[in-house]
Design a protein around this ligand. Sequence first.
Ligand code: M6R
Length: 614
Amino acid sequence: MCGIVGYLGEREAYPVLLKGLKRLEYRGYDSAGMALLNPRGELSIYKTKGKVAGLESFVNGQDMSGSNGIAHTRWATHGEPCTENAHPHASPSGRLALVHNGIIENYATLKNKLQAKGYAFRSSTDTEVLVYLIEYIQQKEHTDLLTAVQLALRVVVGAYAIAVIDREHPDMIVAARKSSPLVVGIGEEEFFLASDATPLVEYTKKMVYLKDEEVAVLQRGKELRIVDLHNIQTTPEIQEVEMDLTQLEKGGFPHFMLKEIFDQPDCISDCMRGRIQPAEMRVFLSAVEEHKERLLQARRYVIIACGTSWHAALIGKQLIEHFCRIPVEVAYASEFRYAEPVIGAEDVVIAISQSGETADTLAAVEQAKRQGAFIYGICNNVGSSIARATHTGSYIHVGPEVGVASTKAFTGQVTVLTLLALTLSREKKTMDDQLFEKIIRELSLIPGKMKQLLTLNESIAALAPIFTYARNFIYLGRGYSYPVALEGALKLKEISYIHAEGYPAAEMKHGPIALIDAEMPVVVIAVRDGLYEKVLSNIQEIKARQGKIIALVTEGDTEVTRLADYCITLPPTLECLEPLIASIPLQLLAYHIAVCKGKNVDQPRNLAKSVTVE
Ligand code: M6R
């Protein structure tokens, strides 16, 4: 979690670092800080608890000159969020400053050893131990900064992306990574550094994604040098990264989350572009084309993911099983990695991750790879760790998602899973032509139907204040709508802090029905599908216990509409595509309830966009 930025060149570093921190704030916002080497050769550190805006006010009026600097926005792991624990951390003499994203697992052992040598620590972080260790090595071994960093990292256990600057070497930044992302941007006579490409794209398209245990040496007037921990040099692999800057701004919306909800019709069109050809009744995914045999011969598929991506996985399971008759299991990546999974060369593992950096998903991918499985990634962030760790995959192409609550990534993931299931079904000949054509035709209408749905924004906003009283919510759905209910509940709890549970509607009578009373809002996805009548009975059961029913119904519905307290009417679609439609009003409902409750929807408490720790 945590975001790192660095700059070395001819410009003033401060504005570059500040803007970069704002772009990376989705990675954590417990504290923010910056270290600058000024023209007088002084190393100054500025840091505050809280958000980047707080740092900006804190440094207002201070001398922020310097063309070499590093900065950090924190999601606390070791040590509470406070100024002392904020990064950058200084070495004991104040000569070095270091920023870190990750966890130094053996920090306690290292700290004890350094304390035994007389060092006193100022923070309770694992990171401070690393900067102390680097300076200790510099002094003991009389080494330069690069060697000291390499030697220190050789004894570190854990995950890191770090950047270090040294008062004695003002023209240099040393950066390194293992299991946490780090990108170097190469400009004309200048270098940029960040946890992802978003802070860099406005300065350069040339990016180098560091690999595990690589150390980058950024030096004024020299080419980028990449070495490993034993100083073996490699040639930097420069990639051209294109990103539309307007996608990184709010575009007139009050929050990124609302903008991203409204982005969905375009995102889904982008996601399908070139992949579905309704005129030719063809679906094309290059990954399937290239690895057809391996994908078709699989004994079974296992989908691994976390959070919202796991909900998309549950929909993917239904799609692949229904369309292709291939057995599919879905596992939380965090459980899978420690479960001694029975997995091998006959299996295909699909890893779903918006960020492509989720530590548990990445570790699960590595585990499955070691056991011989073929890995298919479904990611959003191009060039991310998971995208690079997989054998093949399909990007969802929905553009950067900044709001911590995932919205457009979810519908993008479901779209790619639909395309994957359709492509495989074609190859396996498990779906008749008529149904295939019907699904493709309907899929191409989904962006238009999403646009239609977004006109409900105001009526859903009007509904939201009625429910701010609630301390609990229940979300119900069946079949394809069950994961949508889970996702609706997750959206509500993460941004409004209202406890919400998603259930398969028929499960309610096995326990949760005990919770229903006149205070309990129950959101029911009651669209016209094969299970409509069953869901209708569930609604009757809630009604009989005075629960407040908010129903998602299909245009033309009369039966549920008669029973429900509030209805949100959806355009009709095919059952298998319903998640792409029904999830949008639930995103809007969660958003407006959170706004009514005065919550920070883009940066909810305790959360970070990219969970790069276990
Ligand atoms: O980047 P990933 O898709 O791997 O992230 C997984 C979860 O951390 C993420 O979906 C999380 O649950 C979101 N905050 C949900 O809105």
